[in-house]
Design a protein around this ligand. Sequence first.
Ligand code: BGC
Length: 970
Amino acid sequence: MKRSPTSTLFKLTLAAIWLAGSGSLPAALQPVDLRCEYRVNPLGIDEPQPRLSWRVESTERGQRQTAYRILVASQPELLQREVGDLWDSGRVESPETVHIAYAGRPLHSRQQCHWRVCVWDRNGRSTWSEPARWTMGLLSPQDWQAQFISFRDTTPLHRDRATLFLPPARQYRREFVLSKPVRRATLYATALGIFELYLNGRRVGDAYFAPGWTDYRQRAYYWTWDVTPLLRRGRNAWGAWVADGWYAGYVGFGLLEGIGTERIGRYTYGKTPAWMGQLEVEYTDGSRELIVTDAKSWKVTGEGPIREADFLMGETYDARREQSGWSSPGFNDRAWEPAILAEQNGPVPATFYEFQNPTEPGRGPEIQGRPIDLGFRPPPRLESFPGVPVRVVQELKPVARTEPKPGVYIFNLGQNFAGVVRLQVRGPAGTTVRLRHGEMLHPDGTLMTENLRRARATDTYILRGDPQGEVWSPRFTYHGFQYVEVTGYPGQPPLEAITGLVLHSDTPLTSGFECSDPVLNRLFTNIVWTQRANFVDLPTDCPQRDERLGWTGDAQIYIRTATYNADTAAFYTKWLRELMESQRPSGTFPGYAPFPFQHGWDFGTAWCDAGVICPWTVWWVYNDQRILQRCWPAMTRFLQWRKSTSRNDLGVAHGNDWGDWLNQNEPTPLDFIDTVYYAYSTRLMAEVAQALGNRRQADEYRALFRRIADAFTRKYVQPDGTLTVDTQTAYALALFTDLIPPAQRPAAAQRLADKIRQAESDTHSGMTTGFLGTRHLLPVLTRFGHHDLALRLFQSRKFPSWGYEVEQGATTIWERWDSYTHERGFQNPAMNSFAHYAFGAVAEWMFRVLAGIDTQAPGFAHLALRPGPPEPDPAAAQPTLSWVRAHYDSIRGRITSHWRIQDGWFEWDVTIPANVTATLYLPVWDRTSPTESGRPLRDAPGLKLIGLQDGRAVLSAESGTYRFRCRWTP
Ligand code: BGC
């Protein structure tokens, strides 16, 4: 098109006028942080229509995206020329920045996809993002030429509960020649077991415990790496370490409880680990070569240094057996055996013991054995790993070393966490250094291991005698610990002998919380550390004892908090597959997922509801409709089960009676809890149905919720608003789920507050709630006008409380309020984890209520910002909170809230990310005083006063940063 000079001149003049008026050129909206299926430049995607997301940034108030255009190209050069040969979305008038499903040419296995997005701002200006990429994985079983290989396993099946069976990790190797220069090389691999791969002596990637835990009888994940830089023309070598992992090693409390294969808690899915890898090489001339696992070209040995490798028991490494150069070309592997096809090990008949639900009324679940075959079976489905890898995320230096007994050294790493240590040592060959791990010490300074139960948690290193010194850390185990006991060290170990390697699924932290009470700041740190210690491939209950299971009750209580603390979207995407897969034949969900064996009943009230609560939360926080679609059939079956087990629209006492687990001597009957959760799951199902556009079902679930609420009212609500089940947890749950008729809610809340006050004493905080009640306690108190009491509990240092734990020296959240007390020492030694996240669910209230960062629409598209400054509390024992500063990196960008009370003024700074709107609830004690950046509210750009509500000015706000100020005269 030919430009008319006049129009250009006109535009220039306009721009000049504009510039003169505003002083500077307004920043364009910048698209950043491009992601595909939640991850940055992921490889091996197997979604046929991957979803693309970005964030937009701007320094301008009220800036928003009005349109976007996505280009996806097979070559990066095409993108530069603005050509999307795979997909050009064209200009789409839309503010959406998350989960735009690819809609271009069908994507094939191995497809390289380069993409960028152009966004238009509210003034019609546009900006391109930097390019990003993803690759497609192996989409069909036919893409796999590789075969599962293994070693010839001649060990008899271990059947003895009194002794451990800990086989060595195996090393596999092969060499191959690449005849031409390599353009690109991609490695795909999976295992029944866990593995670590090497090419030419260099480690492939940095993940621990790949490919992750699934029910291998149904499914396994494969991983994809770009290994181009690791290969060279000519001779190459490929090595693999393979260990038992969850597939064949000790899992959960199987050994302790005498369940699983032969009642020994190992060989859960099979006897002999196997693995499969496919290396695809593309030469610069366009030709391709495949190097795969097969029976003819691979060798294997079990004579290498890793003599034992088990999650629970630990690792033993004999450095004298190291075979230097084993994964490089030219290594002499004549002493190694040929690898075999995994199936060649043949069938392995065994008996698998687990509990069965009773079939006759009046009986409980009983252990029964059934014949199984532990021989190799290929997982019926291979899926690309959708989560994030477990990695070393941080290193910790010891803060102290003691010697409670001669030659027994205790290293204190200053923080309870999950991971392993790196050992540095120099000494004669054959010297054996033993490392035991524990979370606490006995009063005499020795390691406390009673709470580990059958988890041996011991790593052993045998020196090769290198005069230069030796450095080692285990690969195939992890422990939950703060203290390491070192014995057998040659001489006195220096502080540098031990370094803590913090391991967890690499979910980037997304928030910060600080306030005027230092104990609460430590509490927040403790919550985050507990989450990190339990996000190891799956959300576990605890990292230390012989459990580490994906307990569903803990997960549903904590998931919302987890999403504040870290970017958990991909992590939960992975685990929700395991949760859906673990659905029981009846339609309920089990107590933990994966579900390696049944213990007791196959479900528990409030644990099973994770099957609805968790997908709902991932949708709500990340606007993930697809996860709802995927989980919908299983969720629907679950609601059918809930309906079929209910009586007269009420829940019943059934399944495992965990109830308000670990409450303080105030149990709440199971049928009450079951009714509440039946109602809660039903209400969430109505929202899910609505979100999926299923109006009829949404109406049905809403009607069902009303019926349950009516039945609940008839059975439990008395005319004066009190409940016939008069426990703190009962009130917290019923008020949270809106099961009490509106008119009686204030009275019910008052009763809850009175109960807490009655229970409060000089030595008791007044709180009696367990896992279930605690999450809802403070939110309910605040919502119904008892914010002062909520804050008092929150700041309490009395038993039981969060502050109490901190003051006892906790660095993580404990399983029990009284895991340790000065008077009584350790609680119940066998059930006493110091890293259980359930009580850390209070962080949800810290963000949503205290800082006031919440959303009113899925995916933080429209925020509810409502800070929670203190109300006067004459009974408060701690200084009143005077400020809170918090931020949360939502899927649409950083939200901050910082309030402070100073010299009779309340000041509040908030940031709303670009392209996001918010409703603000500004506390106003004096209607005339509020200002924003020094102006009366009505003059502030981007703000609109909507009205007044419960002593708050309700404002609608566009994106940007605001500073409010208002007289504080509560
Ligand atoms: C776990 C819990 C879990 C519970 C069921 C425990 O052993 O550690 O966190 O939810 O069992 O009551």
